[in-house]
Design a binder for this molecule. Sequence first.
Ligand code: ZN
Length: 676
Amino acid sequence: MDNPLFEMTGLPPFSRIRPEHVEPAVDQVLAECRAGIAELTGGSELPTWERFVEPLEELDDRLTRIWSPVGHLNAVMNSDELRQAYNACLPKLSAYGTEVGQNRALFEGYRAVAAEEHLDGAQRKLLENALRDFHLSGVDLPEGKKTRFKETSQELSQLMSRYEENLLDATNAWSKLVTDEQALAGLPESAKALARQAAEQRGETGLVLTLDFPSYLPVMTYADDPELRREVYEAYSTRASDQGPHAGQWDNTEVMERILALRHELARLLGLGSYAERSLVTKMARTPDEVMHFLNDLAERSVSQARRELAELTEFARDRHQLDELAPWDVAYYSEKLREHRYSITQEELRPYFPLPRVLAGMFSVVERLFELRIQEVQGVDAWHADVRFFEIRDVAGELRGQFYLDPFARAKKRGGAWMDTCTNRLHTARCDQIPVAYLVCNFGPPVGDKPSLLTHDEVETLFHEFGHGLHHMLTKVDYPAVAGINGVPWDAVELPSQFLENWCWERAPLDLISGHVDSGEPMPEALYERMRAAKNFQSAMQMVRQLEFAIFDFRLHREYDPERGGRIYEILGEVRDQVAVIKPPGFNRFAHGFSHIFAGGYAAGYYSYKWAEILSADAFSLFEERGVFDLAAGRSFRENILEKGGSAEAMDLYVAFRGREPTVDALLRQTGIAA
Ligand SMILES: [Zn+2]
């Protein structure tokens, strides 16, 4: 069969890729990879960088080039046939991944190359990462420990799925049929429409509330009836626990204890003191002390303002709404009322100032000035949909640095949200010379009639965010995919370029480049701009302490685990709440039983990453606050030290090279309006 997925010379021939091409291509490329690895590890010659690592990088790149367009099409042009083909490949790819991770001969090969003398920094980092990951998958453990490591890992992954299943079942088990629409007074029309649709799907007449987030959140934010909010709050905050309407069914209590015990055991098998240490092996933060120190520091400096914000809210609820005491299920509701009262700003009001063509052209000129680039559209590139556009990025010397597809609009069969993903990586060896290509995907409202698509400011921010990831991927100068662009960048550092770039859609000068009224072209009035800026930091300290509560809880839980004493889950949570929380939840609250980020997802002892990334991006931006948002030297330093270097060196070293010092929390506190 003539399979377009094997056309490796240019961009993927998207319009010719069919579901029936997928499985044969994946089967074949996996067979090639296996054969390649066998050949590279089977010879008698001593492995070297050129003979061993480069060919492995090339094999891996071949797999990326086949799988990337498939995964991408599955996300943006889904069909039953494609999904079937895609799903059929997933177990094959994951089996291959496990096999490679457990391949002792590969591990030995990397170790031999690591002993070579004439390696540059990127090469050393790649080898270090590879050896680290082999170690973390237990490859170099002695036989007895290896078996136990495998058993523990398997049981852990089963329990993590059980936790998620319990949570899902408990979430789905609760619903509330409302026949009198008056009972939902306050809810926006969109939330009521969702509730009506949920009722229809269940064959009921009326409106159905559920514990899915799109249903839960509007109730807590807008429902006028406090009794309804209390009922929904209780059902939500007791899911999969020993409390609430389904107490004891799908109870995660024991699953959580066991997960913590197994994680601790895994860490100990690897010779580490705790799972918190295990988590940091692959992150930018260096020690548990460093993480706790920065979280505690932020907490100490935010908590008094958070108390003041709560006092303001309490006062507002009392004076304007005659409410004597603010219950946990009242906070979001009255906060929204206070926000409307103070700023009366809606995203809809901002839309006319952000026509997509203006935003795009403006964002490109911002980035061109900041990083000394030229961005140009290229016509006639084969794509998956008529809306898709294609661009190339050149530097001032005219060198082609990267290319990207932009798929801006929502449509049927396209996954929601916005993201940046890899089409091809930069790869530069004796045999290959390939530049990075990215997908930028958004879900903006399409143009209506002769009006262009109009964005909310949130959407503009999202576009900047994803373009920041894109620049990290595309501006890399690292030759080996494993550490080029965003690859090999630690999780707690990978959001730096994206959150960093968001700052430019909040500053007046760049904002004037990206905005202009759709009819008149007029710039955004100063008063509107001021309101938009002010609303940004509404209750920022309350939000800060809430995120800190989660992060400190997660980190302490994994750091302080002691087999003798067990997880002490709610004991630790109670202590953390005494330290940072301004709103004390009721006794029935079982937050941890539904905290799937850390119990079922990948955030165990890693939830702090959200704040860490904010610290980095705020601190990075503070250099531009000092010198001007278009300061050329600062822009060049960010490009050369962060964007071009990708994962080729320690993230902290790169950061210090850019900023001249390690990051501090001051800029984040200042920029979010927390007086510290
Ligand atoms: Zn991101």
